[in-house]
Design a protein around this ligand. Structure first.
Ligand code: FES
Length: 311
């Protein structure tokens, strides 16, 4: 079982001590040949060529096997761009937040001159973490013996802060290419219709969920199939035939009611996901089926992941 944690956090404009040590690139998890072989066997147990109507879901090992998770961390999370935060978290000079992606600790920060930076949040001397949580700092200094930080590629796209741990290029400002690299052909569509950077960032909440990360993704990708059954309060407030989105800026009652409702749905989903994870670990379960009329996005997600892990 893996723990899915929505957590983020921070930054430094001072890397002077960094020059005291060599500049390594500690970006990847290491996977032995035997572990990779076991993970590859599990990847091959899903057949993305089978049409949705008769496809079976990936085997439970995709959600429970530690070697498979290591392969995912290496192939999915530590390659290419990852959204790690919102630009409002580093809105002002000296703002920072910290976070963890797989086994990588990182800091995002905005320097006094307004430039955004990202660093591995681990000291290159004896591995002390340099910062935690979020807040304001003018420089990051190891609390142990005062060594510095290893930089990571960072960019913004719309309201998102993104990092890329496997990029050693020296190009500095990559904001103009990150959309295409991250989203491919969807970046134009989303920037035209789906991304509103004028929306205010109200708050950030973190939840630790005892399930594999895909269980939570699957929960969002069942086309609303579970909403009437699992989210009674939410379902009673939705009229999907006339569903529309309104933006009510500055309406504090609306904001606090939305946060309260969202919290309820979140806790209901956590209970569902943790129940699914326990079921996936049962020897009585191996693969499931899709509901073709609603779970096409979930099937698409599994096919994309299969393609990624098969390369
Ligand atoms: S562990 Fe950071 S300076 Fe020694």
């Amino acid at each position: 079982m893996a723990t899915t944690t929505r957590s983020l956090a921070a930054f430094s404009s001072s890397t002077s001590a960094a020059s005291r040590a060599a500049r390594p690139g500690p970006s990847r998890v290491s996977i032995s040949g035997a572990e990779r072989e076991q993970a590859r066997r599990l990847v091959a147990e899903f057949d993305r060529a089978v049409p949705l109507a008769c496809a079976v879901t990936p085997p439970s090992g995709w959600y429970t096997d530690p070697d498979f998770l290591q392969l995912e961390i290496d192939r999915v999370f530590l390659r290419g761009w990852q959204a790690v935060g919102h630009i409002w978290q580093v809105k002002n000079p000296n703002d920072f937040f910290t976070g963890r992606l797989g086994n990588l600790e990182f800091i995002i920060c905005r320097a006094a001159d307004g430039k955004l930076h990202a660093f591995h949040n681990v000291c290159r001397h004896h591995a002390s973490l340099l910062a935690c949580g979020s807040g304001q700092k003018t420089c990051f200094q190891c609390p142990y013996h005062d060594f510095g930080l290893i930089p990571v590629k960072v960019a913004t796209w719309g309201p998102f802060v993104l990092t890329k741990f496997d990029d050693d290029s020296t190009e500095d400002n990559v904001d103009h290419i990150v959309g295409d690299e991250w989203l491919g052909s969807a970046s134009d569509l989303l920037s035209t219709n789906g991304i509103d950077t004028t929306l205010s960032h109200i708050c950030r909440r973190e939840y630790t969920i005892n399930c594999n990360w895909k269980v939570f993704c699957d929960n969002y990708l069942d086309g609303g199939y579970h909403v009437p059954y699992a989210h009674g309060a939410l379902a009673s407030g939705l009229q999907l035939q006339s569903y529309e989105t309104l933006v009510l800026s500055g309406d504090h009652n609306f904001i606090s009611k939305s946060l309260k409702d969202s919290e309820q749905v979140q806790m209901e989903d956590i209970a569902l996901c943790e129940g699914v994870q326990r079921g996936l670990e049962s020897p009585a379960y191996s693969v499931g089926r899709y509901a073709p009329s609603v779970e096409m996005a979930m099937h698409h997600f599994h096919c994309l992941l299969h393609a990624n892990l098969s390369v």
